[in-house]
Design a protein around this ligand. Structure first.
Ligand SMILES: Cc1cc2nc3c(=O)[nH]c(=O)nc-3n(C[C@H](O)[C@H](O)[C@H](O)COP(=O)(O)OP(=O)(O)OC[C@H]3O[C@@H](n4cnc5c(N)ncnc54)[C@H](O)[C@@H]3O)c2cc1C
Length: 423
């Protein structure tokens, strides 16, 4: 039977950070990923850029390493506000493969953990029988013994298998999902000159030139409590029957690092939270087609643009939240409560998307906050990282951003390393 220090389910945002740092510290790590590539939301759901976070943030080694390696390939840029999170999602797949193999993490793609037995001093996990080769054709036994198990699946799939408790079971709170896409063939120079003149609110529309590439972002929502410059254009699109009113509920775009002609869309946002994921995909792709035609018709610079990529996976803001050793509260966050062993420090606002017009909120926090390691501990050998950690709904709305998920993964890896060394 193969033996590992750490088996991580989910090679996404938090899982990659945890695997990389644990491998770098010399732990024996197996990463089990359902997709055929790493990166999770960043690559599979095209979530870019990583949001900017606190100046005093901690556990940033993985973020910095990922940035440096991507930057060498022209696949990451720093925005004029200092945000290093502008990644190219396709190059991220390649760089993540490289980073994790450099530190000898064993990776199983297109795999899931089928069965878990808790032996008290270790877990025995069973992987799908037909997919037990990590690279170099190294064969694994289908049953694997691990000291620690980490649930980095985003949806707490491992905790579910082990029948652990979730938060908010009685009052399931959720947020709408998005299916992101990319359009290429955009004349970015033309588009940015037009856009910057059209919308002079620099909190909404901004642009900078870095690494000889123009980076830009803008947004619009159907909320009437904000004075969006793009409103007349969206109204025209709805009146002309090019898009539906619902298509216009949320619109946000960012240019893509390392490209001269591509723009990533953080939309459509699927309002009906009761839809099955299958229905949501079909509905979202219909909306993507309409939104792409809308951009071509009304945005200067989009005349020759086309859909070049649609995310493989819906962007899920929140599904399950595990009940861990400590439930992090909204009050902990707002009061900036200090903890003995924080895994992250951030100041990102509480970002709650609602299906209702004027219902979404982005609440600023006025001081940096910390997340304690205890919110990642489910039991002595089982840990959770990423968007499904043990936190109240509102607190999760601030904690789930990419840099914070990286920090959670990194913080947990360091904690487990110390635990193993002290035994
Ligand atoms: C629409 C949307 C927009 C967002 N915008 C931003 C933004 O602009 N900037 C920002 O910083 N953050 C943003 N976020 C938040 C951020 O992207 C996510 O919260 C974060 O990436 C989640 O990381 P994670 O590690 O929890 O999960 P993920 O990165 O999703 O990783 C989970 C991984 O687990 C794998 N997996 C799932 N089940 C199994 C299983 N049973 N076995 C094996 N593997 C499994 C998945 O394939 C995936 O690779 C956004 C999120 C959404 C949904």
């Amino acid at each position: 039977m193969n033996k590992y220090d750490l088996v991580i389910a989910g090679g996404g945002t938090s899982g990659c950070a945890c695997a990389y740092i644990a491998g770098k510290l010399g732990l024996k790590v197996l990463l089990v990923e359902k997709n055929s590539f790493l990166g999770g939301s960043i690559t599979s759901s095209l979530v870019i850029p990583a949001m900017k976070t606190a100046d005093n943030s901690i556990n940033n080694d993985f973020f910095n390493m990922l940035y440096d390696e991507l930057h060498k390939l022209n696949g990451a840029s720093t925005y004029s506000d200092g945000n290093k999170g502008w990644f190219n999602p396709e190059l991220a797949k390649i760089v993540l493969d490289n980073l994790l193999s450099q530190v000898h993490v064993d990776i199983l793609f297109e795999s899931e953990i089928k069965n878990i037995v808790n032996k008290l001093s270790s877990y025995i996990v069973t992987i799908d029988d037909d997919n037990i080769y990590v690279y170099n054709n190294k064969e694994l036994s289908s049953s694997i013994e691990t000291k620690f198990l980490v649930d980095a699946t985003g949806d707490a799939k491992i905790c579910e298998k082990l029948n652990y408790q979730f938060l908010g079971d009685n009052e399931l709170k959720t947020q709408p999902t998005n299916l992101r896409f990319i359009m290429s063939g955009v004349n970015i120079e033309k588009f940015s000159s037009w856009l910057m003149e059209y919308d002079t609110n620099r909190d909404v529309t901004s642009c900078c030139n870095t690494d000889n590439v123009t980076l830009l972002s803008t947004a619009y929502t159907w909320d009437s409590n904000i004075d969006w410059a793009l409103r007349p254009i969206f109204k025209q699109g709805v009146d002309d029957g090019i898009i539906t009113e619902e298509d216009s509920n949320y619109f946000q775009i960012f240019s893509v690092a390392g490209t001269h002609d591509s723009v990533a869309f953080n939309c459509p946002r699927i309002l009906d939270t009761e839809l099955s994921r299958s229905e949501a995909y079909i509905k979202a792709r219909e909306s993507i087609l309409r939104l792409s035609m809308f951009c071509k018709k009304y945005f200067i610079g989009f005349e020759n643009a086309y859909i070049s990529s649609i995310a493989n996976s819906l962007g899920v803001r929140v599904s399950r939240r595990v009940k861990g050793k400590y439930i992090y509260t909204k009050n902990d966050l707002i009061s900036g409560k200090k903890f003995e062993s924080p895994v992250l420090i951030s100041n990102y606002p509480i970002d709650i998307h609602s299906k209702d017009k004027n219902g979404s909120t982005l609440k600023k926090v006025y001081q940096e906050y910390q997340l304690p390691i205890e919110s990642l501990i489910v039991d002595e050998r089982l840990f959770v990282i990423g968007r499904c950690i043990s936190a109240e709904f509102e607190a999760q709305g601030a904690l789930r951003i990419i840099p914070s998920c990286f920090s959670m993964g990194e913080g947990l890896a360091k904690y487990l390393y110390n635990k193993i060394k002290n035994v």
